[in-house]
Design a binder for this molecule. Structure first.
Ligand code: 13P
Length: 250
């Protein structure tokens, strides 16, 4: 019932040449896939990648956005501007934003509200650190991240968004959470959303996994009942590997 979604988060990587070579190499490889695909390049390349993706089904995404619409916020980019550049999806609350740039659960919730106000699809990232996991606080930490969104947006908070579970300890480390570990957290997320917004909202929510997804482990992860796709960092910078991941969706 839920369509699968594979998202490339390029983080702070890319160049005009790289972007062109990557997209021209990727598109013919994923011509036949039965999965939604999104590429999230850095802000400055959005318009270039949008043009490169013309005439394809691949959608454009952004990695972050401001809470405000416009004004004296030097260096910020609003969801309104992103929509103007052809963006359809916006990642909010990535652990690198939370950890390196001090984004709180409440700020992330406000960004999600800004994305929804523009009728774009937010990809809300949640996840625990290794310290949280070792202390048995996985569900508590993720519950708090979800609750902040629920508090700010009310009953419809999780309608028409995507949630991505990204355990911080699995990002860029080569350590992948086991399919069982991911399933446990994804079931918890779906239960939270069901309790908050109703069973129908929970049943249609796409929940992605991110954290060292690669061409070798994608098929096993994506075969799990509650893993509806992947948010891919490092392996999304290699067109061949990313194409294999897109094709891994059963
Ligand atoms: P890696 O796939 O490089 O571990 O990154 C995951 C991630 O942070 C995607 O948003």
């Amino acid at each position: 019932m839920r369509r699968s979604l594979v998202v490339a988060n390029w983080k702070m990587n890319g160049s005009e040449t790289f972007n062109q070579v990557f997209v021209e190499s990727l598109l013919p490889k994923i011509d036949e896939v039965n999965v939604d695909v999104v590429i999230c390049p850095p802000f400055v390349y959005l318009s270039q990648v949008d043009e490169l993706l013309d005439n394809s089904d691949v959608q454009l995404g952004a990695q972050n956005c401001a809470v405000e619409v416009n004004g004296a916020f030097t260096g910020e980019v609003s969801a309104t501007m992103l929509r103007d550049c052809g963006v359809r999806y916006v990642i909010v609350g990535h652990s690198e934003r939370r950890g390196l740039y001090g984004e709180s659960d409440e700020l992330v919730a406000a960004k999600l509200a800004a994305v929804k106000a523009e009728h774009l699809t937010a990809i809300l990232c949640v996840g625990e650190t290794l310290e949280d996991r070792d202390a048995g606080r996985v569900l508590e930490v993720i519950g708090h991240q979800l609750q902040a969104v629920a508090n700010m947006l009310g009953r419809d908070a999780f309608n028409d968004i995507v949630v991505s579970y990204e355990p911080v300890w699995a990002i860029g480390t080569g350590l992948t959470a086991t399919p069982e570990q991911v399933e446990e957290v994804h079931r918890m997320i779906r239960q939270f959303v069901s309790d908050h917004g109703g069973a129908e909202c929970a049943a249609k929510l796409q929940i992605l996994y991110g954290g060292s997804v690669n061409a070798n482990n994608a098929a096993t992860l994506l075969a799990q009942e509650n893993i509806d796709g992947a948010l891919v960092g490092g392996a999304s910078l290699k067109a061949d590997d990313f194409a294999v991941i897109c094709k891994s969706v059963g």
